[in-house]
Design a protein around this ligand. Structure first.
Ligand code: BGC
Length: 355
């Protein structure tokens, strides 16, 4: 009996019909299984985006969809054009990793008007009603873990403060940058206030700490300037870096200035940073396995195809200025040399680096 029911269910899904009882759960009415799904990725500012491209192409095709996965290497207008073109081609779902979360309102409204569902991927889109779901690692938690790692790393080298630190943030057009910063500052600000941490440059605000375009060269230049201005005879104990690309740029700057490498945080588990951690240079990174995030996004697409409501586990944290966007958040994991072997045990690329 069970086998017969399973075959019947398969036959139903194979012809792309949605079960009408499931649309009563609040989902859409579903769409054909071989529909086009658009995925608009930003620029290749970190390894996670490059990994996502391949995973989306393979995962969507394996699930029976047609996939149009694009990078907007030419910037915001490129991404706007790509989304419009996905709408014109009839995409049923558009998954967006925005370059600038506040510049896509017109194109996403066009998508909604055409009946497509919009999923913000990794980065929230801001100030628009035209977004249905958000899927990401918990960005605030990422910042909290980075702030805590910075304190722990410095304490392990020198049991008591005060510690001299500098603070870096991501690109201000990326909606995540401020969330990472707020998470980190929830840990660091009380320590700045009580004198445990000293930001020697005095550059303590998000606006002073940002790194335009998440570009390594911008972080390296800023670090060069900070070192020359404030660290001639002062020891730099730690640097809050929001991701691995910038962490390595900061370390390059410090080494170039002939100074000892301070405790530097990161994010993304990029190959070069995991190597640096194992070599005892970069202190920490964050594991946000791209395979899990893409698979969660594809799971949302599958639910929508079947006329069901996608899973969400947070319907209050992500207010985009116009609405609270229902989100599915995955848990980030802090990684240092001490737990790298465990953290990457099921990652075929990274586990080779931790032997
Ligand atoms: C992502 C990070 C990444 C950064 C730069 C952020 O939105 O969440 O994982 O390091 O973009 O590409």
């Amino acid at each position: 009996m069970a086998a017969v029911a399973a075959i019947a269910a398969l036959a139903l899904s194979a012809c792309g019909r949605s079960d009408s009882s499931s649309s009563a759960s609040g989902g859409t009415s579903g769409f054909a299984q071989n529909s086009l799904i658009g995925v608009a990725l930003p620029q290749k500012t970190s390894e996670n985006w490059v990994l996502a491209e391949g995973l989306f192409n393979d995962g969507l095709k394996n699930a029976g969809f047609k996939a149009d996965v694009e990078f907007a290497n030419g910037g915001v207008s490129d991404q706007q054009n790509q989304i419009s073109s996905m709408v014109t081609k009839g995409a049923k779902v558009i998954v967006v990793g925005a370059i600038d979360g506040s510049q896509l309102g017109t194109q996403l409204k066009q998508a909604k008007d055409a009946g497509a569902t919009v999923i913000a991927y990794d980065r929230l889109v801001k100030n628009t009603d035209a977004v249905d779901y958000y899927v990401a690692y918990d960005n605030f938690k990422v910042g909290v873990l980075q702030g805590q790692a910075l304190l722990d790393g410095m304490k392990a080298k020198k049991p008591t403060g005060p510690y001299n630190v500098e603070l870096f943030a991501g690109s201000p057009d990326d909606a995540n940058a401020k969330v990472f910063w707020d998470g980190a500052m929830s840990i660091l600000q009380p320590k700045i206030d009580d004198g445990t941490l000293k930001v020697v440059s005095g550059q303590k605000s998000f606006d002073q700490a940002v790194t335009q375009g998440w570009k390594a060269e911008n972080a390296q230049k800023r670090m060069d300037t900070l070192l020359a201005a404030s660290y001639n005879s002062t020891t730099l104990d730690g640097v809050l870096s929001p991701n691995d690309t910038l962490a390595r740029a900061i370390i390059t700057s410090v080494k170039g200035a002939g100074k000892p490498v301070p405790v530097v945080t990161g994010q993304d588990s990029e190959v070069e940073s995991v190597k640096s951690i194992m070599a005892g240079e970069q202190y920490s990174t964050i594991n946000k396995d791209t395979r899990n995030l893409v698979s969660q996004a594809i799971d949302m697409v599958k639910k929508l195809q079947a006329g069901q409501k996608p899973d969400v586990n947070d319907d209050k944290s992500y207010n985009n200025g116009n609405k609270v966007v229902p989100a599915y958040l995955l848990p980030p994991v802090i990684v240092t040399k001490a737990n790298a072997k465990d953290a990457y045990a099921n990652d075929p690329t990274l586990s080779k680096l931790t032997q």
